[in-house]
Design a protein around this ligand. Structure first.
Ligand SMILES: [Zn+2]
Length: 119
């Protein structure tokens, strides 16, 4: 069966499930895919670490009320967090590791530090 190598684009003869013309092409392809994924993970880990640091810096006393713009000014990304805690009344805390916040009203947040009740 005539196939095209997904790495180098050369045609080769092989079984239907063969994707590479050689072991070399397979290893080059897999290494690159791993590297891309590692970069992707590293970028997300960096965002989460930065978010955590921003929360910790703005909340030295363990509980602070402030406007969400304060976090945005520092580069906080609201779509990245490590876990959520929903209270019985349906209020949602979002955490970046041990540092978290809950939205109150008019764009205000209360910053908190991880408590016993958090899963
Ligand atoms: Zn190849």
């Amino acid at each position: 069966m005539k196939k095209t190598c997904v790495e180098c684009g050369e045609s080769f003869h092989g079984r239907a499930d063969k994707k590479y013309c050689s072991a070399h092409c397979r290893s080059v392809h897999n290494n690159r895919r791993n590297r891309d994924f590692n970069n992707f993970m590293r970028n997300i880990n960096n965002i989460l670490r930065k978010n955590r640091r921003i929360l910790a810096d703005l909340n030295p006393k363990g509980k602070t009320r402030l406007h969400r713009d304060k976090l945005l000014e520092q580069g906080f990304k609201f779509s990245y967090f490590t876990n959520e805690y929903v209270t019985k009344s349906g209020r949602v805390y979002r955490f970046c590791y041990d540092q978290g916040y809950i939205e109150t009203e008019n764009g205000y947040l209360t910053l908190v530090v991880r408590q016993e009740y958090v899963e």
